[in-house]
Design a binder for this molecule. Structure first.
Ligand code: ADP
Ligand code: MG
Length: 140
C-alpha cells in the first residue's frame, strides 16, 4: 500500500457544534496525519465551484446553502491508503446508513448536514487539494 494524500472537510454543521477537535481526533486515531489545515467561510462561488459535479442534482441549492452557512475546516490528510481509509472512517453519506463508530454515525445530523467530506478517488483528491491549497501550504 502506498502513502497517499486526500482532501477532507469538517463542514459547517460540525464547526458550529464545536466538533473540530473531536472529528480531527477520529481521523488521527485512524492513522491519518493532518499535513495542511485552514478555516474558511466559503463564498457561494467557491461552494458552487467545489461541488460543480453535483450541479444538476436536486439537492445542489441546499448543499451550497449549507456549505456557506458557517466556517469549514479544509484539510489535507496523509497516510497509508488515505483516500479509502478516510471514506471508511467517515461512514455512509446518509448517517442513517453509516456504520457504528464512523464520524457520520457519531456526529452527523442528516444526509444534508453530514459533518465531513472526503475525496472519493486519486483524481478527485488531487483536484480538491489544489482547489484549496498551494503546494507551500502542505507540510508533511
Ligand atoms: P459524499 O459526501 O459521501 O461523497 P456525495 O458526493 O454523493 O456524498 O454528495 C455530496 C454531498 O451532497 C453529501 O455529503 C451531502 O452533504 C449532500 N447530499 C448528497 N445527497 C443529498 C440528498 N439526497 N439531500 C441533501 N443533501 C445531499
Ligand atoms: Mg462525494
Amino acid at each position: 500500500m502506498a502513502i497517499e494524500r486526500t482532501f477532507s472537510m469538517i463542514k459547517p454543521d460540525a464547526t458550529k457544534r464545536n466538533l473540530t477537535g473531536a472529528i480531527t481526533k477520529i481521523l488521527e486515531d485512524a492513522g491519518l496525519r493532518v499535513v495542511a489545515s485552514k478555516r474558511v467561510w466559503m463564498s457561494k462561488r467557491e461552494a458552487e465551484g467545489f461541488y460543480a459535479v453535483h450541479k444538476d442534482r436536486a439537492f445542489f441549492g441546499e448543499l451550497v446553502e449549507t456549505m456557506t452557512s458557517g466556517p469549514t475546516i479544509v484539510q489535507v490528510l496523509e497516510g497509508e491508503n488515505a483516500i479509502l481509509k478516510n471514506r471508511e472512517v467517515m461512514g455512509a453519506t446518509n448517517p442513517a446508513n453509516a456504520d457504528e463508530g464512523t464520524i457520520r454515525k457519531t456526529h452527523a445530523l442528516s444526509i444534508g448536514e453530514n459533518s465531513v467530506h472526503g475525496s472519493d478517488a486519486p483524481e478527485t483528491a488531487a483536484q480538491e487539494i489544489k482547489y484549496w491549497f498551494s503546494d507551500t501550504e502542505i507540510v508533511g
